[in-house]
Design a protein around this ligand. Sequence first.
Ligand SMILES: [Fe+2]
Length: 291
Amino acid sequence: MTSVTLNPQVHGIFDSATWTVTYVVHQGPGSAAAIIDSVLDYDPKSGRTRTTSADQLIDYVKAQDLQVQWILETHAHADHLSAAPYLRQQLGGQIGIGDQITRVQKVFKGIFNLEPEFRLDGSQFDVLLKDGQEFAIGDLTARVLAVPGHTPACVAYQVGDAVFVGDTLFMPDVGTARCDFPGGDAKTLYASVKKLLSLPPETRLFMCHDYPPAGRPVAFETTVAEQRAKNIHVHEGISEAEFVAMRTQRDATLEMPVLILPAVQINIRAGQMPPKEANGTDYVKIPINAL
Ligand SMILES: [Fe+2]
């Protein structure tokens, strides 16, 4: 278990179009690596995708001579498309996500009335990861932490002293993720946050997003100690009831993310596009008054 104590190198790339941070976790030049929460650029006005962000990531991986073993998702994102299939094609590695993704697939297969062949067993992904499961990234040991609440399938990845929290916590001055998507639940998120904040105080926490208040530069790394002391939604002393009341009230004021409809349809397919229609084009659907 000595590898658990290793402190990996973490490289974060912020995507200003979707406020998302993609991470590469590794042990230095020439080592094995995992990519967490990649972004495929998507323009909702034209329906066009681009790989500018993914190519920037690939440039970093190649410059560091990293061997990508894993392309991980913390959850089926609603605010950006995953570049996982493109990255796997370019760099290798296996696409992994939490095993509860099957619950999310079931909900959205219904909402989008997806083709009968759409599988609800998560087999679009290479590996489904269970709560507590450990897996290797070269000499590093990674551990899966189920952190449902924002979605029922959210997981965090613990690698040495670094934890990639997905959409559970944001930076202390931003708070926590919304819980009003299908299958989301504020009480469940509170429990997941407490689970993360019970880790050692010096644990490094890496956010999946940053929405910096005016005047603050983008930031996406903090610690358990800092979150416990300063997180505006869940610092020590805030009860479950207080959190649920705040979260529920706040979620009622939030608009849907701009990309939720295309993002969900593509991300529950591990980043693959829906089956091409007879004319050779991929389409996503817009359900009217269903979300
Ligand atoms: Fe999310």
